[in-house]
Design a protein around this ligand. Structure first.
Ligand code: 2BA
Length: 109
């Protein structure tokens, strides 16, 4: 068994949740935030059999798109003004960041 953890953008989360449950994946959806942008994203925990990992990856890829997002500048506030960029910078946020972990034990009570 594997535990998949997929970090996706909030805009894609409902579509992805519906697609995963339609294909009988069991899913837990968590509200999360990215350390870099410090804005909200969504993390899915998906526990599944090894042979279904590729199918889940395919569904995630199909339902999550990458987008440009603006990073607002942070005032230096007494820090080093040389590296301060006074205008918003665009970064490309990926469709999904997925970790696939082995599960040692799975119990339900
Ligand atoms: P954030 O940490 O808010 O990062 C959002 C986007 O900002 C990233 O998109 C990347 O394009 C950029 N970025 C992040 N750190 C950067 C840095 N040090 N310098 C320059 N640009 C940087 P993605 O790579 O697609 O990541 C989207 C979200 O997935 C991340 O949001 C974070 O929540 C999660 N994530 C990505 N890699 C991770 C990792 N290795 N471990 C845990 N979470 C991760």
């Amino acid at each position: 068994m594997k535990l998949m953890m997929a970090v996706v953008q909030d805009q894609d989360s409902n579509k992805l949740l519906n697609a995963l449950t339609e294909h009988n994946f069991r899913v837990t959806k968590l509200a999360s935030s990215g350390g870099f942008l410090k804005s909200g994203n969504t993390t899915f925990m998906i526990g599944t059999e090894d042979i279904r990992v590729e199918k889940a990856l395919h569904i995630i890829k199909e339902n999550c798109q990458s987008r440009e997002q603006l990073v607002a500048p942070v005032s230096p506030m007494g820090g080093n003004a040389d590296s301060y960029v006074p205008y918003p910078v665009e970064v490309e946020v990926g469709g999904a960041t997925v970790f696939v972990l082995p599960v040692e034990q799975f119990q339900q009570f």
